[in-house]
Every structure is written in C-alpha cells, then in structure tokens.
Design a protein around this ligand. Structure first.
Ligand code: AMP
Ligand code: GLY
Length: 424
C-alpha cells in the first residue's frame, strides 16, 4: 500500500524507518519530512499544518493509509478530513486530540473520571489567577492551556515566579492564543515516565516504557524543552506499576473519552509522575513522544504499520508486538541557544562515523541540506540513539557516537540515562 507520513521531526525519521520496513508498505511519502526521512521514502513539500494540501495530496496519489506524527495536524482535524474522503488514518479525531491540545479539557476529563493527577484550577482571567497564585504557599506549576511545543509549563517554587509565568503566558501572550487560559496546579514530586499505548477506540496495547529528559541541562536543571533525550525501558516502571497505570489511567481515560463522545484511537501518551502516593498524570499527548519514539522504535521488532492499521480498524486485539530486550538510549543534540533563539545554518559532520558504531542510529530532526551540505535548521537537531546490553552500555555507546558528530555550538546533556543506571 501507499503510505503518507505527516511530520518532519526526529520522531518522524524513526517512524519512517520502521514504516518503510513493513511488508505492507509499497511506497512511503513524508510531508514535509527531513533529510533523514528522505532515506526511506519521498519527501513531499507540504507543511504538516496545511490540512487542505495534505488531503489533496493523499487523494491525488491514491494514498491508502496516513500516519500523523505531530499534534498540530491532529488538533486541526486532519484525521476527520481524511476519513471524510474515505482515506484511513492513524491518529485521533480533532475533538479527541483536545486531550493534548487543550489542557483544561484534559483536566476536566481526568477530574470527571477520577484519574489520578495534580489538583488544579483553570483560569481565563489574569486578575483572578493572580489572587489565587498569590494566596498559595507551596510550589505551583503554571501551564498554558493550549499547544506550546512542550515549552508552556513553568514549575515554580515561589509565588513571585509563578506570577511572572502567568503574566508571560496570559498578558504577554508569549505562546499566543495557547495562553488564553492557564492551569495552576499543585507541584508533584517523583520520577517521571512516559507510557505510550496503541488504542483502537476500545482496546489498549501498552508499548515498552520510557523516560524523557525535559529540562535543558544536566541534573534536570534549566528551562523545559521539547525533550533532550530518552531511554527505554524505564526501570522505575515495574511490572506492578505498569498494570496500576493501565488500570487507573489508561482504561478510565479511554472509557471516559467514549462516554464524552470523543472516542480515542491512535497513540495515547500518558506523562506520569511516580509520586509517593502512586502514579499520577502530568499530561496526555495524542501522538508518539519525541524523543521517546527514537529509543522505543529501536527496540520494536514487529511490523509497525500492521499495528497502526489494526488501531484504525478497531482490531488491536489481533496484534502482538515483539521487542528487543536490549535497552536503548537516545541523546538529543540541540542548537546553541535552544529553547530560545538559536542560529541556523551550522554545518553538521560525522553522522556516518557515528552510525558506524554498531546498533547506533542518528535520527534527524532540525536539519536540512544546502546543496551537498547538511546544516542545522531547528532547535533539536539530531537524536543519537544506541542499543546496548544494559542501559549503561547503551548510554556509553550513544555518547561514543555523539562525540563523532560535530556542528558549531551544539549542546546536549551528558547524563541521559543516569537515573536508570542508579536504579539498576
Ligand atoms: P507537561 O508538558 O505538562 O508534561 O509538563 C512538562 C514538565 O513539567 C513535566 O515533564 C514535568 O517535569 C513538569 N511538570 C508538569 N506538571 C507538573 C506538576 N504538577 N508537578 C511537578 N512537575 C510538573
Ligand atoms: N517528549 C515529550 C513529548 O513528546 O511531548
């Protein structure tokens, strides 16, 4: 079949790699893709938010199946529009994608269906939010309700910090309309884990666990980013904890979405904080995580496309996924200055040498070609990912490969995986 993959980040490079290996995939198109995805299919010059353009392309090329990578096209209703013209797709409908695109919606679903999460209040007026935040004594977390590329969350220890965050989001509108409402929630403590599951409207199939590293700097310091590295599996997610998460989070949210008449299918991502009182939800995402997908897919041995089609067809109960037992670690190399402004056009070298290390793959995110030269074009540039006999070995091999990749002002964390190594 002909498959169209929508998106152009590191996640999509990993998805393109796995989709192209499927026995069902005759040709893969990627819109817009990146130099990494171009190794596995045809990049198409249509933006991932150009919904009309994507539907038109899919119709013209007689695409049989569309896989939507990022949240924006999902929230804009791409899957609904494709299905309306008879094209099958992997991903939730626009109304169901609110689970990520509108944190106030997600909070209400969690509150209505007793899903464990931080206590929270939602505000659409700055003055009322100000009064509430000023009255709080403990640490609080301020979140823009809308989509902000993973950067709209401020974890604050002092009310003054929280007030400044609320002002930036609601008054300065640094995330635009995503800051029309804010969520003020209790600060939770614990280790974090990313739990990804395929959902077909009814059935749930949980993938291997992983852990992201959101802060920019070693030791979880610095501002939040889209994610600076990840590993899979996350040893803090024991089998017992995984079944608790399935029972207390995944089952009720899928059930709740049905009762809310926004049935869910596609990939459901639960960001979990493992607190002293048990697992609690930090956020839901409606798509594969980036960079979690890179190490997770390094470990997937089954046919990804087959599983995605089963999701779209409501036949997830017919699927079993096989995993490489070896762990994987992915280290994100970012442009100097990210998550704020950064310079583009720095020449990147050494990817071939890095990939010459056994079981290493370098996934492209913010790269582009200028003639024969590869340069950086985005904040997160590459995710260097390695399998290893254990997490320490995967980490060692990932950093061995990172050392071979060069571009000016490259920044990366040097401790991806460290928490898992302490654990094991
Ligand atoms: P989110 O995008 O909502 O997952 O938030 C980004 C990051 O902010 C999370 O990965 C956590 O590290 C942190 N965070 C979000 N909400 C809370 C919370 N209620 N308590 C503590 N940390 C949080
Ligand atoms: N890695 C976090 C995310 O994809 O939102």
């Amino acid at each position: 079949m002909k498959v169209l993959l929508v998106g152009g980040g590191g996640r999509e490079h990993a998805l393109a790699w796995k989709l192209s290996k499927s026995k069902l995939c005759r040709h893969l198109y990627i819109a817009p893709g990146n130099p990494g995805t171009a190794q596995f299919g045809t990049n198409v010059d249509v933006s991932d938010t150009d919904i009309e353009g994507l539907v038109k392309f899919a119709k013209e090329k007689l695409i049989n199946f569309v896989v939507v990578g990022p949240e924006d096209p999902l929230a804009l209703g791409l899957v609904d529009k494709l299905e309306a013209v008879g094209i099958k797709a992997f991903g939730p409908s626009g109304p169901a994608a609110q689970l990520e695109a509108d944190k106030a919606f997600a909070k209400k679903i969690m509150q209505s269906f007793s899903i464990p999460t931080a206590e929270a209040r939602i505000f659409d007026d700055y003055d009322t939010a100000y009064e509430y935040i000023a009255s709080r004594e403990n640490g609080v977390v301020i979140k823009a309700a809308g989509l902000a590329k993973g950067k709209g969350v401020y974890v604050c220890n002092e009310p003054s910090e929280a007030l400044r965050a609320a002002e930036k989001i609601m008054k300065d509108r640094i995330f635009g309309d995503a800051g029309r409402q804010i969520i003020v929630e209790e600060k939770m403590l614990g280790q974090e884990a990313s739990i990804l599951a395929f959902v077909d409207g009814r059935n749930i199939y949980v993938l291997e666990s992983s852990q992201d590293h959101k802060p920019l700097c070693d030791g979880d310091k610095g501002p939040n980013t889209g994610g600076m590295g990840a590993y899979s599996p996350a040893p803090c997610v024991t089998e017992k904890l995984m079944s608790q998460i399935e029972r207390e989070v995944l089952v009720p949210v899928v059930d709740g979405m049905n009762r809310n008449e926004t049935p869910y299918k596609g990939l459901l991502y639960a960001g979990i904080m493992i607190t002293a009182g048990g697992p609690r939800v930090l956020e839901f995402n409606v798509r594969f995580g980036d960079p979690e997908t890179q190490p997770i897919l390094m470990r997937l041995q089954s046919d990804l496309l087959e599983a995605m089609i089963a999701c779209a067809d409501g036949k997830l109960d017919e699927i079993t996924l096989k995993w490489d037992p070896r762990p994987a670690v992915g280290v994100v190399m970012a442009s100097g200055g990210y998550p704020d402004a950064y310079e583009k056009g720095k020449v990147i070298t050494g990817i071939d040498q890095a990939e010459a290390v056994d079981d290493v793959k370098v996934f492209h995110a913010g790269t582009k070609t200028e003639g024969e030269t590869l340069v950086n074009s985005g904040g997160r540039v590459l995710c260097v990912t390695a399998l290893g006999s254990d997490i320490a070995d995967a980490q060692k091999r990932a950093y061995e490969a990172v050392a071979k990749v060069k571009f000016d002002d490259a920044v990366y964390r040097t401790d991806i995986g460290a928490k898992a190594i302490k654990k094991s």
